[in-house]
Ligand binder design. Structure first.
Ligand code: GLU
Length: 295
């Protein structure tokens, strides 16, 4: 089977070292196998989109030599596909409308892996279509386990750890968990390689894949880059990767991923060598690791 990988940045700002690590790992994993690598802009939450961020990300990837196959996919253009998936879930009685406010849910006081565990208040409430409501996925009893290529097994008991989770928000936007599952399946993604901050989302995605009759890809979660213990993110104002420092940034990303960068004089040569030498077994088995000092 041909390997199909992808990189799925949210257009909330330029790429920083943390996002570069995910991009490099997924690119190398796909290219080392002679496979395809797709670029998907995860703008499903349009309220978080920063104007100009997508163009910046595309320019950064080009200057880093991280070439993608096919057209750029944008989630904001795929909402009809997400609605189809919701209909599928609803017709199997695996989704229902929920009118609970955040406060009502918070008052349920049961803590889970992602805040509070939704107590299922609206499961049988039959909230009418005219009423503003979120849509939740009805999780089934039992553990959902996913084998990660770097982090080992991750298993969750969704009813206990999370409860029925939101697949469409009350404001009408589809949830990331639903969009990512539909998108990965439509692209034929065989290997998801991304940051370990999404490890805890993986059983949720596997449960949705099963409910929608979609295959579960292989997963490889790479350590999240931190600085002084805090995840590098646009919120922590992590410095953007600059085109003029592309070589240095790539080398740092390779070292972070446990690989040995070659002397490669150009980004192309460096990446080509790195793909030839790519060894996912050398990726540190940590969920988070300190990033090198910014170049
Ligand atoms: N859009 C997510 C992010 O930028 C990545 C989601 C994924 O790779 O599944 O963190």
């Amino acid at each position: 089977m041909r390997t199909i990988g992808r990189f799925a940045p949210s257009p909330t700002g330029p790429l920083h070292f943390g996002s570069l690590v995910a991009a490099v790992a997924s690119w190398l994993d796909a290219r080392a196998a002679g496979g395809e690598w797709h670029l998907r802009i995860e703008d499903v939450d349009t309220t978080r989109t920063v104007p100009g961020a997508e163009a910046t990300i595309l320019r950064q990837l080009e200057s880093l030599g991280l070439t993608w196959d096919g057209l750029v996919v944008r989630q904001s253009e795929r909402t009809a596909r997400y609605d189809e998936a919701l209909e599928h879930l609803a017709s199997a009685r695996l989704a229902y409308r929920c009118r609970c406010s955040r406060k009502e849910i918070a008052d349920s006081a049961l803590r889970g892996i992602d805040g509070v565990v939704y107590p299922g208040t609206c499961r049988d409430a039959h909230v009418p279509d005219q009423e503003a409501a979120a849509v939740r996925f009805r999780v089934s009893a039992g553990r959902v386990a996913v084998q990660d290529r770097a982090q080992g097994d991750i298993a969750q008991d969704l009813p206990r750890d999370l409860g029925d989770f939101v697949v469409k928000r009350r404001d009408g936007l589809h949830a990331y968990q639903l969009a990512v599952v539909v998108d990965d399946a439509d692209l034929g993604v065989t290997d998801v390689v991304r940051g370990a901050d999404l490890l805890d989302s993986t059983p949720r995605q596997a449960a949705l894949q099963r409910a929608l009759g979609l295959p579960t890809p292989r997963y490889l979660h790479v350590p999240v880059a931190t600085r002084n213990g805090e995840k590098l993110s646009k919120q922590t104002l992590a410095p953007a990767i600059e085109a003029s420092r592309a070589m240095e940034a790539l080398r740092n990303a390779l070292v972070f991923l446990g690989q040995e960068p070659s002397a490669g004089g150009t980004v192309r040569a460096l990446l080509c060598d790195a793909a030839a030498r790519w060894d996912p077994n050398r990726i540190p088995r940590h969920r988070a690791m300190e990033a090198p000092p910014a170049p």
